[in-house]
Design a protein around this ligand. Sequence first.
Ligand code: FAD
Ligand code: NA
Length: 388
Amino acid sequence: VDYPDLVVVGAGLFGLTVAQQAAELADARVEVIDIRDHIGGNAYSYMDEETGAEIHKYGAHLFHTSSRRVWEYVNRFTEFTDYVHRVWATHDGEVYPLPTNLGTINQFFRAHMTPAEAKALIAEQAGELAGQDPQNLNDKGISLIGRPLYEAFIKNYTAKQWQTDPAELPASIINRLPVRFNYDNRYFQDTWEGLPKDGYTKWMERMAADERIHVSLGVDFFDASQPYSKDALKAAGVPVVYTGPVDRYFDYALGDLKWRTVDFKEVRYDEGDHFGCPVMNFSDADVPYTRAIEFKNFNPERRDAQNPDKTVVWEEYSRFAERGDEPYYPVNTEADKALYARYEELAAGEDKVVFGGRLGTYKYYDMHQVIATALDAYEKRIAPMLAK
Ligand code: FAD
Ligand code: NA
């Protein structure tokens, strides 16, 4: 085999960023492999023929960043729409704005409080457990925002996310529950946000468009019968960037890192718009899913190209992941972090292999964070390996 200068395992945002930088800055020939049959990792999306919706196959993805470096970098590969993310929640037969803000509070208490009055009320309600050290997530939630708001908007939603009664969940799962004492319901507070104008997949394809980058899909790094396998590359001394699960790399030698996953249930409606917004949370226990995504509504600028009489919605059901499920959110208990620290030590001992991305480093990263860590990893660790 005529090996390239670098093999990247995983065609997600970490892998593509590294590949793009290696080709452009080091004139490297890069082979990117992915076990899936498409590029883009979890940011991949496809067009739904019937409705004209862009479906984000691995869950709704909103791009946002305050890093000028990342914003300038991504704008080389795509333009962004002026989409601004906002979320609503259904509770007890009413729809409220999120994140919890003065509009939510005044609607909930049937009041017209000023910011100072609302702040005082929440402080008083949060004082219910004053002087006690919260022993579980319920107590923690009450001590942060008071019982009424906690029980309405957090308790059942969290129970569905974890499939566990919050009284049984560790207080450490939440550190803060942001409450805004004004009517700002813009979800992200970053300098820049938006959605890729012609879709996520076009963006990712442009990152790999360099002639020096070759992408092979449907290829498993651990399949010894293909030329870019772990063992073959090690024997040939080819530098590798690995963005798959770190425990899998070491054949789960120290045990499995724990993840949560999400099952998506697709529902189609014979109407143009079902929720009137892209994301509707369901705060109560009687609706079994946590939230519903109506993809058409992420791209109102495409209205003319969308079907005015049909819409598609994905309901999200959250649960613990088993081997073979898509790992989405690290569970991240103290035990998980300790286990990852031991894998990290093994990873540091692997010659010519850089572990990166959310699976390779067992971290929840947003897209902008993955790109930032990839740009850094390229500079500090990969460029030196490629220096001829
Ligand atoms: P991935 O995209 O997971 O790429 C890793 C790739 O490695 C995969 O394509 C996988 O197939 C491949 N691979 C694994 N094992 C092998 C193997 N053995 N051989 C070959 N290939 C292999 N971020 C935001 O900024 N905004 C959001 O709104 C947002 N929403 C999200 C919603 C959900 C449900 C999830 C799970 C994540 C969300 N994210 C969001 C985070 C975003 O998905 C990640 O930041 C980003 O996709 C991570 O890129 P990555 O390259 O690290 O990993
Ligand atoms: Na290419």
